[in-house]
Design a protein around this ligand. Sequence first.
Ligand SMILES: [Zn+2]
Length: 318
Amino acid sequence: MSLGELLPITLSNELPAITRQPLDNGVVLRWVAEGVLRVDPPLPGTWHLLLSAGVHGNETAPVELLDRWLRRIVAGEIVPRHSLMLMLGNPAALRAGTRYVEQDMNRLFNGAHLQSPGLEGRRAARLERLASAFFEGATAGLHYDLHTAIRRSRFEKFALYPWQPDRSLPDAEYLRLAVAGMQAVLSHERPGHTFSAFTSQIPDVESFTLELGKARPFGANTGLDTAAFEQAITALSEAREMATHPDLALPPRMRAASSLIKLSDAFRFHLDDEVETSNHWHRARSLRWTARGVGTSSTTGPTFSSLTQTWQSDSALD
Ligand SMILES: [Zn+2]
C-alpha cells in the first residue's frame, strides 16, 4: 500500500509495507508513527506546516479532508515546497468511531498526560514529542489542529487561538484564516491543555484549533464545504500566499468570555438542541461555573437560564 493511504493503513491497524516513499517529482513521504506521515519537498524548506485531525475520533470531516489532500500530493497535483507533517490524532478512537476511548485527548496536552497515563495520555505525550521534533528543524511554522463541533454553531467555521503570555494574533495569520474561510477567530485568555495550546509554546510556531463544521461519521460529510480551506493549505504548502480580494469577509475577532469546567464525571450540561454553540459570543460577561456533581452544582453570577445564552464550553468548542 502506498503511504498516501495513510487513513486506510491507520484504520486497518496495520503497519505499512514501506516506511519511505519517494515520488517521481522528488517529494518524499515518510511514515513516522501510527497515523503520522511526514512529507518533505524536493528541496528542503525551513518553514514547517503541521496539520492534525482526528484528535477527536468522531470528527471525521477533517480526517477525510487530509486523506483527500494527501492523495493529491501523491498524484503529483500538489508539489509542496515546505516540509509537512500530517497527523491522525487518535487512531483507536477513529477505528471505534468515538470521540475518545478512555479520555478526551484534547484535554491531555501540555503535560496533563502525566496525570493520565492511559491510552489517550500516552498518545498525547507521543504527539507532543513528534510535533516538537518536527518543528525543531524549522525556522518557523504553523499548526492547524482540525476539528468539527458537536453542536450547531452560529459560525460554521471558526478558529481558536491559544493563549500565550505577551502574545497576540498576528495580522498575517488572521488574514490567512479569513482567506481559508474562517468566519470568526476566538482568542483564549488563559492556558489550555489542547494540542494547539501545546504547539503554541514552541518558539516561532503559530497554532490554531480550527472548527470546520459539524461532526458526522465517515462518509456523511458531503454537505460540508471545505474548498476554501483546502485551497488555503495547498497554497501554504506550495509557498504561495493566497491573494485577498476586496469583498473578502473579515471574520470578527473575539475573546473567550467564559469557560465551563467539568470537575466531575457526574456533571451533565443540558442544553436544548436549538441552542447554538456560539450564540452569544459577543457578551463580554464573566462567568464562573463549577459543578461537583449532579444536584450540587453551583454558579456565581448569572442564573442557569442566562448561562445557556452565554456559555462557551471546552467540550463543544474543540
Ligand atoms: Zn474536536
